[in-house]
Design a protein around this ligand. Structure first.
Ligand code: 13P
Length: 249
C-alpha cells in the first residue's frame, strides 16, 4: 500500500496563543486536502487554542517536545498525558535545536520515543548531520547510529507507525535546501536501516520526511522521491506558502 504523505509544520518558538488562532484560521482553507496528513506542531501554550481553531478541519495539532517521565517534580516540562488529554496525536522528538540548545542526546530521544508510544502518541523522530559531518563523508554512518539508538526497544508494530524526519542541520533555517538527490539518498538509507533492525514490511510502512528550508518551490520535487513521504517545515509553515507546500502536486 502506498504510504500517505505527512506534511508537518514546526512552528518552533513563534506565535503567541492569539497569533496561533489567527494563523490556524488563515491556513485552514489553504491546507484542506485528503491526500496528505497535515500536522501543525505548535508551542505547548498554543496547543489548546490551536486545537479549538482547527476543530472540524483536517489539521492535526502536534507538540514540539515532551518529557519522558509521567509526572512530578520536573519544573517546566510537559508530560505525555498532558498532550493526549489535550487531544494531541503527534510529537516532535529530538529536533536538532533541542539537541543543540537543550542538551538532548540520542539516549534521551530514545526514552522520549518509548514514552510517546506508551501513550499512543506518534513521534516525529528527528535526525540529521552537521555540515562538518557531511564534508567528512560520514553522513550515512551518523544517521544510522541516530536511528539505531532512537529505535532501541521499540517494537516493529510501533516503528511501522512512526515518522522520521531527516533534517540536515546545515539546511535548517539557512535557505540552503538539500538537493533532491542528497535528501533521497539519506531517506533511503534510513528506510534500509529500519529494514535491517526490523523487516521489509516495517521499512515499507514507516514514513520519512525531509526537513530543512523546504519551500513551495522545492517541495514538489522533494516530495516526489520514492523514499520521501512529506516534510517537516519550519519558517514556511508560518506563512500562506504552507498551503502550497501541502498541495505541492
Ligand atoms: P526551516 O524550514 O525553517 O529550515 O526549518 C526546518 C526545521 O527545523 C523543521 O523542523
Amino acid at each position: 500500500m502506498a504510504r500517505k504523505k505527512i506534511i508537518a509544520g514546526n512552528w518552533k518558538m513563534n506565535m503567541t496563543p492569539s497569533e496561533a488562532v489567527e494563523l490556524v484560521n488563515t491556513l485552514k482553507p489553504l491546507v484542506a486536502t485528503d491526500e496528505a496528513d497535515v500536522v501543525f506542531c505548535v508551542p505547548a501554550i498554543d496547543i489548546i487554542p490551536a486545537m479549538e481553531a482547527a476543530k472540524g478541519t483536517n489539521i492535526e495539532i502536534g507538540a514540539e517536545n515532551m518529557y519522558f517521565e509521567e509526572k512530578g517534580a520536573f519544573t517546566g516540562e510537559i508530560s505525555p498525558n498532558m498532550l493526549t488529554d489535550a487531544g494531541v496525536k503527534y510529537v516532535i522528538i529530538g529536533h536538532s535545536e533541542r539537541r543543540e540548545y537543550f542538551a538532548e542526546t540520542d539516549e534521551t530521544v530514545n526514552k522520549k520515543v518509548l514514552k510517546a508510544f506508551e501513550h499512543n502518541l506518534t513521534p516525529i523522530i528527528c535526525c540529521g548531520e552537521s555540515l562538518t559531518q557531511r564534508e567528512q563523508g560520514i553522513t550515512i554512518d551518523w544517521i544510522r547510529q541516530q536511528i539505531k539508538i532512537a529505535f532501541l526497544n521499540v517494537t516493529a508494530a510501533q516503528a511501522a507507525t512512526a515518522v522520521v524526519a531527516y533534517e540536515p542541520i546545515w539546511a535548517i533555517g539557512t535557505g540552503k535546501t538539500a538537493t533532491t538527490e542528497q535528501a533521497q539518498e539519506v531517506c533511503k538509507a534510513i528506510r534500509e536501516c529500519i529494514g535491517e533492525i526490523y523487516d521489509e514490511a516495517t521499512a515499507e510502512a514507516i514514513r520519512i520526511q525531509y526537513g530543512g528550508s523546504v519551500n513551495a518551490a522545492t517541495a514538489p520535487e522533494l516530495f516526489s522521491q520514492p523514499d520521501i513521504d512529506g516534510g517537516l517545515v519550519g519558517g514556511a509553515a508560518l506563512k500562506p506558502d504552507f498551503g502550497k507546500i501541502v498541495n505541492y502536486k
